[in-house]
Ligand binder design. Sequence first.
Ligand SMILES: Cc1cc2nc3c(=O)[nH]c(=O)nc-3n(C[C@H](O)[C@H](O)[C@H](O)COP(=O)(O)OP(=O)(O)OC[C@H]3O[C@@H](n4cnc5c(N)ncnc54)[C@H](O)[C@@H]3O)c2cc1C
Length: 403
Amino acid sequence: MIHVVGAGLAGLVAAHALARAGRPVTLHEATPGAGGRARALPDGTDNGTHALVGANRAALAFLSAIGAREHWIEPEPEGLPVLDLADGSARRVALSPLGWWRADRRPEGASPAALAALLGMALPGRDRTIAEAMAAHPAFLRGFVDPLTIAALNTPSAEASTRRLGQVLRRLGGPGAARLYVARRGLGPDLVAPALAALQAMGVRYLPESRLRRVTQSGGQARVLHFHEEEIALGAEDRVILALPPWEAVRLLTHVDAPDRFAPIVNLHFARGGPGPVRFIGMLGALCQWVLVRPEGVSVTVSAGDAEAGEDAESLAPRAWGEILRAAMAFRLPGEWPIAPPACRVVKERRATPRHTPGPIPSPARQPLANLALAGDWTWPALPATLEAATRSGLAAARAVQA
Ligand SMILES: Cc1cc2nc3c(=O)[nH]c(=O)nc-3n(C[C@H](O)[C@H](O)[C@H](O)COP(=O)(O)OP(=O)(O)OC[C@H]3O[C@@H](n4cnc5c(N)ncnc54)[C@H](O)[C@@H]3O)c2cc1C
């Protein structure tokens, strides 16, 4: 039996790969629902908006494998609508520099020198903060690099690592790599439910509310898994994958090279949707960084939201709604947009991702014990902690325990 512990994306992917290879799998999850940091809340709302880009090949392939790829749609194929609250200008910006040959798709400040500085970050070199590397190009930093940094690294440019952003930039160049996708209905119906259905169809035993409390180890092997409800003594053929967040892996095992500083993401979900197609709008100089408009509701993302994580819904919601109204007007979103903020749910993920700052990148051993492998977004040092990193780590852990 292979015990996969943690039903976030990394655990779901690992369980899927193993079941597909014909291995018997039990998937243990501490909470009542799967999905981890990419989950639906009990009322169906996403914990937070999740976007993929075309470069996220492994994550998109997993969606295909579970029959969910068609549910991830490209809301803005003509370029991202961006509203700058500083001067009220509204434009569309191509996410890929390949699209910047059109002047009307170019971000502000995209001069040849600024592009050279961007390219410099994509090449291996000195690791420093992005604000330092882009100091000579403040308009381009504000209009493109800073939003990209916050979205990809969940770390403000003043702290974020050029080496980490370089990992992203190098992958955004190819054709289709910068196309942006979101779940049409939400993470529940478009990711978690299809993944669990696929696992069930392949005979995976799924145990929610099954929290791993302790791992007995001896002789370089895991010997007993202590869950709340049961203890599982591991046989010679059994294997374990811990697909857990770093703080849990560190608690259960010793000497794991794991990140220990995290950054929050705050999401506001307004119970008032737009009747038209799904839209995804960027904002500059605003509390709202990204606004996702679906028929079910409007969601706002505030990444690297250290200050906002300390604010309450009463202060955040009216500010965000005022900005949404301006975006709705600027981009002529269909439907009625009431002046008063609709009911709003605020979700604060305080440890959404590690802080991606300059310095050594944690690189935990994939297999710290002979019969146990690690998975999780933070175990894939080639990328920042994202859905793609979680997917690739799950595949790598599945390979490791089968070797
Ligand atoms: C609000 C928000 C927005 C984001 N937006 C994006 C985005 O747009 N694009 C993107 O690529 N990434 C995004 N991310 C990051 C992405 O969600 C993560 O990289 C990814 O979901 C991590 O998956 P994982 O499986 O590695 O970890 P997790 O999702 O943390 O999964 C770990 C699982 O282990 C379970 N668990 C913990 N302890 C135990 C235990 N002791 N026993 C059993 N189970 C346990 C947890 O409950 C959880 O289900 C976002 C994250 C957040 C929070």
